[in-house]
Design a binder for this molecule. Structure first.
Ligand SMILES: [Cu+2]
Length: 257
């Protein structure tokens, strides 16, 4: 009897939380991710995941191997969610003025204006777009924080046109003469062209609900499959937790075998 009560109470509590916490899912709610592509001779890499619920987004940005230093200090990489355009990253063919660098002016027709600045702390508005102090510092860094998305960013995510761009080229790999790299940026003449031009770029793609790893189905653990089916209705976070548990169980039995 006591055991039954202990099992029943948490189940009811979870149901209450689920009902209270999900009045209506916004069209853009979900998990977005991108493996960022390289531009302008960049040899570094980057990935981003965005877990979005309403106007809240948990950002996980991982960057490595970009230019490390700038004037004897950690290289500041400004980075943004752009949007409101075609949702595409530029290619070398977009180098309209033929200087050897696809700059922001040449990329923006495809990826749009700055909607959100992915700062390391503080404000995330477009106004912080060139705030070097709030950019990623050095060649390898990560950002893990929850931010508030403005209306324009939410709409761009829903439309599939949100694009993440990490700026700041490596003079050693950009493939242009020093005088071109350090010529005035079209965004701010006080900054070198190479420091503001796009290094990494990727369109944010929403994970499809049907592609969620529900687990259980092919693990042969019949009882867990049953509980998974019940948990699906409670929300993505719990589904992932269940799926992770399923994976762990499979690995554990494999290790035994
Ligand atoms: Cu940008």
């Amino acid at each position: 009897m006591n055991k039954m009560r202990f099992l029943a109470v948490p189940a009811l509590a979870i149901s209450a939380v689920a009902l209270a916490g999900s009045p209506a899912m916004a069209a853009h709610d979900g998990t977005y991710s991108s493996t960022l592509g390289q531009l302008n001779g960049t040899t570094g890499t980057g990935t981003i995941t965005l877990d979005v619920a309403g106007d809240q987004a948990t950002v996980n940005l991982q960057v490595s191997g970009l230019a490390q230093t700038f004037m004897d200090a950690p290289y500041p990489h400004v980075q943004h969610i752009h949007g409101g355009a075609q949702g595409v990253c530029p290619t070398p063919a977009n180098d309209a003025n033929g200087d050897g660098i696809v700059n922001v002016a040449e990329g923006a027709p495809g990826y749009g204006d700055i909607l959100t600045t992915l700062t390391t702390s503080g404000a995330t508005t477009p106004a912080e777009g060139l705030n070097l102090a709030l950019g990623g510092q050095g060649g390898t860094y990560s950002i893990n924080r929850t931010i508030t998305l403005d209306d324009a960013t939410q709409k761009s995510l829903a439309a599939g046109t949100a694009v993440v761009v990490v700026h700041g080229l490596d003079p050693a790999t950009a493939g242009v003469p020093a005088e071109v790299f350090s010529s005035p940026s079209e965004l701010n003449p006080d900054l070198p062209l190479g420091a503001t031009s796009p290094a990494l770029c990727g369109t944010l793609v929403k994970a499809q609900m049907g592609a969620m790893p529900y687990g259980g189905a092919d693990t042969g653990v019949a009882q867990e499959t049953g509980s998974n089916a019940g948990m699906v209705a409670l929300g993505g976070g719990l589904v992932l937790a269940v799926a992770a548990g399923g994976t762990f169980a499979v690995r554990r039995s494999s290790a035994r075998a």
